[in-house]
Design a protein around this ligand. Structure first.
Ligand code: ARG
Length: 469
């Protein structure tokens, strides 16, 4: 009738007491998570060791059993790390794989490890520990990206370049200012991961299946042993909460947006039409057919990473949104999404840090582009307000006529002869030329957070102090 594999005869040794036969092979396939949750092995073993030590300290199991469990778990750990561990799909997940192997190694005491806990609080603990590590990794990687952007900003704090709105030349800015805009974004990302880490740093262990336990466990002790700030205060919440994963994914998504925007700029800037920057050989690829090509593949791939990171975020929000309290197996679907998002975020951050520190900005090209496109038109209008007393709206209109005149002649604003300017407005005097240069333009933007090199350098100093204390 079908070539579907048949059910196994043997009931599951971990929970099969009331089962006559084992699961259908397809049931086993859909149910098992060991293919991916094996990545939690170190956290699982750490949590179990803390739990066993606490059980002994509370007199719930004997010291000798706890010792056997603790040592046996270290043997399991070294087997897994040596790539020498027989992972079994029949044993579903990392928790049961570890415990079954522990039983093979130490025998009967292994059966006492699961006293006063459940896989529900166990997995919540393991996963929290894993995501907490990823927050630390993201924070460290963000430091490297910020350092690279700061290095760029410092080198070119006073290099002028066009600032854009609508990707049309707007006003001159400095390269340093542009780089520092990304420092601000990545700095916010940093605090998002720090905040998320602080909030997630509570221990679910000891919530047991959902209701707590009748054993006299010490949740403060296991929380402290696992470097959590405190135990979670509600056992139902403890086993059913995945906010920590959602927060990590949300922070990762916003960070990926920033990485993607910067990547987009690097792709545009490294094109032959812009030539604002040159990528180093280490961060470029060639074409197999077009010898002249130097492709910014890393930037393109970082730009694309937001797709899967945001995809993972949407997936987990969707999994969680309708779940009744407390645990549901749906929640097993949390891990692959977070694993994939975290792996790709870390790769993207590392690639951005490397690419950015190796990047060479082309100062001359930036400066030439800065003065093209009538980028100092606003400075001209401001001069008319300041020096000739015109209302800004009228100054805007007069400047528009001067831009039209320059455009018709195919020259820049500072190449218009004074007499022609005066034909548009008689109050224009020779001192107008001083504001038409891009360096004067940026130097005048002294408002806090503005593009003047002094302001940019002040921000660089502030960030260095913030990062290095
Ligand atoms: N593999 C499971 C998960 O990732 C562990 C928890 C299983 N709990 C249960 N009641 N079946 O969610």
């Amino acid at each position: 009738m079908t070539d579907r594999p048949q059910a196994k005869d043997a009931a599951n040794s971990m929970w099969g007491g009331r089962f006559a036969t084992g699961p259908d092979a397809i049931m086993e396939a859909i149910n098992a998570s060991i293919g991916f949750d094996r990545r939690l092995y170190a956290q699982d073993i750490r949590g179990s060791r803390a739990h066993a030590a606490m059980l002994a300290a509370q007199g719930i199991i004997s010291d000798s059993d706890a010792r056997a469990i603790g040592e046996g778990l270290l043997t399991v750990l070294s087997e897994i790390e040596a790539g020498d561990f027989p992972f079994s799909t029949a044993l579903e997940d990392i928790h049961m794989n570890v415990e079954a192997r522990l039983k093979e190694i130490i025998g009967e005491p292994a059966g006492r490890l699961h006293t006063g806990r459940s896989r529900n609080d166990q997995v919540a603990t393991d996963f929290r520990l894993w995501v907490r590590d990823q927050c630390d990794a993201a924070i460290a990687s963000l430091h490297a990206v910020i350092a690279a952007a700061l290095g760029q900003a410092e080198a070119g704090a006073d290099w002028v370049m066009p600032g854009f709105t609508h990707l049309q030349t707007a006003q001159p800015v400095t390269w340093g200012h542009h780089m520092m805009a990304y420092v601000e974004m990545f700095g916010r990302d940093l605090t998002r991961f720090q905040d998320a880490r602080r909030r997630m740093n509570e221990s679910p262990l000891g919530a047991a299946a959902l209701a707590g336990t009748g054993y006299p466990i010490d949740r403060e002790a296991t929380a402290a042993a696992l470097d959590f700030d405190r135990p979670m205060a509600n056992s139902l919440d403890a086993v059913s909460d995945r906010d920590f994963a959602l927060e990590f994914l949300s922070a990762a998504s916003i960070c990926a947006v920033h990485l993607s925007r910067l990547s987009e700029e690097l792709v545009i800037w490294s094109s032959a039409q812009f030539r604002f920057v040159a990528m180093s050989d280490r961060w470029s690829t060639g074409s197999s057919i077009m010898p002249q090509k130097r492709n910014p593949d890393a930037a393109e791939l970082i730009r694309a990473k937001i797709g899967r990171i945001l995809g993972a975020t949407v997936a987990l929000f969707t999994v969680m949104k309708g779940l009744p309290l407390a645990y549901s197996k749906d929640m097993q679907e949390d891990k692959e999404q977070v694993f994939d998002a975290a792996d790709n975020l870390m790769l993207a951050l590392a690639a951005m840090a490397g690419m950015l520190s190796d990047l060479t900005a082309n100062r001359d090209r930036l400066e030439a582009a800065a003065s093209a496109g009538f980028s100092t038109a606003t400075d001209l209008a401001d001069w008319l307000v300041r020096e000739a007393g015109l209302p800004f709206r009228e100054a805007h209109h007069v400047t528009g006529s001067l831009v039209a005149m320059a455009e018709a002649r195919g020259c820049d604003l500072d190449q218009l002869p004074l007499s022609d300017m005066q034909s548009v407005h008689p109050a224009i005097s020779p001192s107008v030329y001083s504001v038409l240069g891009v360096h004067n333009s940026v130097a005048s933007r002294q408002s806090y957070g503005g593009t003047a090199p002094d302001q940019v350098r002040a921000q660089i100093t502030r960030w260095k102090t913030r990062l290095h204390g």
